[in-house]
Design a protein around this ligand. Sequence first.
Ligand code: HEC
Length: 222
Amino acid sequence: MTQDNSSQDNAAGQTGGGDLFNTAAGWVLFAGVVGLGLSILSGKYFHGDKPERPEKLGYVIEGVVEENAGPAEMSMAEALNTMPAAELIAAGEKAYSKCQSCHTIDAGGANGIGPNLGGVMGGPVAAKGGFAYSAELKAMGGTWDWDKMDAWLKNPKAYVSGTKMSFAGLSKVEDRAAIAAYLNSKGANLPMPVAAAAAPAEGEAAAPAAGETPAAAETPAP
Ligand code: HEC
């Protein structure tokens, strides 16, 4: 009997502890439910978990060509100054293999699918005798300089819409610079352009801004 009693006491004690536990567990559960409900509600109103995507990803920098989507491309003038002229010309001669199917380069060479390119750099645009240029390229006029050749080789059809030159273009400024330097070595040997954004030399911090007669940046005297 005494043993039964004690066992009942124990059981009662346990039940009491169980009630306490259940109550605590109930509150924890309740808190969880409330928390879940709040987070669902706040999710509805604030979209904290789904940041809105901007329409264009990444920073758009004016003047930078998107297809390259890397570090900003250097200018033609900079690309022409990255290595000694002789090395650049040698690199251009190699890259010129992309042009050979349509062009000859030696002075007085035959026209093919495209006109002979001997003397083209520094020479007049669309002026090779015996070649039937597109009206659009003829209308361009002027002479082939570094900037024109850069734009042309980058994307001929974008630069002269209606051109007959079926060539996709060279997306890397390094390639364009090398080929232009090679064409130039077989052309008028124009002087290399001075990289425009060159930092002012030490001690010349107050040099005139670009366009304000920096004698050296103007076309060098012959
Ligand atoms: C699929 C043939 C083809 C390829 C490849 C090609 N060209 Fe041409 N190119 C032409 C044609 C055709 C013209 C004439 C365009 C016109 O009349 O509109 C031309 C014109 C030119 C001109 C203008 C010539 C002038 O007398 O004013 C230059 C410069 C030139 N190409 C350079 C290149 C270079 C450099 C490459 C290689 C990176 C190249 N081309 C690749 C067909 C080609």
